[in-house]
Design a protein. Structure first.
Ligand SMILES: Cc1cc2nc3c(=O)[nH]c(=O)nc-3n(C[C@H](O)[C@H](O)[C@H](O)COP(=O)(O)O)c2cc1C
Length: 222
C-alpha cells in the first residue's frame, strides 16, 4: 500500500500538531510495510504538487485539525480545486482536535463522511480523536510519547480496512466526560480560563468584552 498523506492544517508545518501526529502514524504504516508521501496545504505553493499526487494515487489520507467545530477554511479552499475521480480512489480522514470529548468532533466527521461522494471517490472512514491542544508546546521526547498511540493506528490502516475496524472506533475515547468532570471544566472556563483569555486579548489591544454580542449592538441591524 502507498498512502498520500495531506496535512490539512493552515498552521505552518513546524508548529502543527497534525504534523507530529502524521509522523507517528506514518511510522506505524512503515512498520507494516506500507509506503507514504506527505504534503501540507499550509504552503499554498505546494498545492499543484498535492493535486498531482491526489490525481495519480488511489490511497489518500487527509489529516486535519478541527477548527471552530469543523474543517479549516484553507483546506476547504484547497478541496475545491480537486477534480472528480472514480471509486478506485479511497479517501480517508484523520480528524484531531483540542477538546477531548468525542462528541466535539462529530459535526466535522459528518461533513467528512459526505466529502468523498462529492469528489466521486470511495470513503475510507475517519479516525477521530481530541485532547491534542498541547502537543506543540511539549519537548521532542514528550511529543513522541503524546503521539505514540497514532503509530498503532498507522499499523491498523496498513492492513487495508481504512478506519472501519473496532480498534479505530475505540481510539476516540470517551464521547462525553462524566458529569463531575464536566462541572469542574465549566467552573475552570468561567473563572480562571476566562480571566486568562481576557488578559491575553487586552495585551493584543482588544478592549471590547470577549462575550460581546455584536449582532445585538450593531446599529445597521434591521
Ligand atoms: C482557529 C482555531 C479553532 C479551533 N477550534 C477548535 C474547536 O472547535 N474544537 C476543538 O476541540 N479544538 C479546536 N481548536 C484546537 C485545534 O483543533 C488543536 O489545537 C489542533 O491540535 C491543532 O492542530 P494544528 O496545530 O495542526 O493546526 C482550534 C484551534 C484553532 C487555532
Amino acid at each position: 500500500m502507498h498512502v498520500v498523506i495531506i496535512n490539512g492544517s493552515p498552521r505552518a508545518q513546524k508548529y502543527s500538531n497534525t504534523e507530529k501526529i502524521i509522523a507517528s502514524f506514518a511510522k506505524g504504516l512503515s512498520e507494516r510495510g506500507a509506503s507514504f508521501e506527505t504534503y501540507a496545504v499550509s504552503n499554498r505553493e505546494s498545492w499543484e504538487r498535492i493535486r498531482d499526487a491526489y490525481i495519480k494515487n488511489e490511497e489518500i489520507l487527509i489529516a486535519l485539525p478541527l477548527y471552530v467545530e469543523c474543517v479549516p477554511g484553507l483546506l476547504l479552499e484547497f478541496l475545491e480545486t480537486l477534480p472528480k475521480k472514480d471509486e478506485c480512489t479511497r479517501l480517508s480522514f484523520l480528524l484531531q482536535s483540542g477538546f477531548a470529548e468525542g462528541c466535539q468532533l462529530r459535526c466535522g466527521e459528518d461533513f467528512l463522511r459526505k466529502l468523498p461522494g462529492y469528489l466521486g471517490v470511495r470513503y475510507g472512514g475517519c479516525l477521530v480523536k481530541g485532547g491534542n491542544f498541547g502537543i506543540r508546546f511539549l519537548d521532542e521526547e514528550k511529543q513522541k510519547q503524546a503521539t505514540k498511540p497514532y503509530q498503532a493506528m498507522g499499523g491498523l490502516f496498513a492492513e487495508g480496512d481504512g478506519f472501519f475496524r473496532d480498534e479505530a472506533k475505540k481510539f476516540t475515547g470517551p464521547e462525553y466526560f462524566p458529569l463531575p468532570m464536566r462541572l469542574l471544566m465549566q467552573f475552570i472556563f468561567q473563572t480562571f480560563a476566562k480571566k486568562t483569555f481576557r488578559k491575553a486579548a487586552a495585551s493584543w489591544g482588544c478592549n471590547t468584552p470577549l462575550d460581546e454580542k455584536v449582532w445585538e449592538t450593531n446599529p445597521y441591524r434591521e
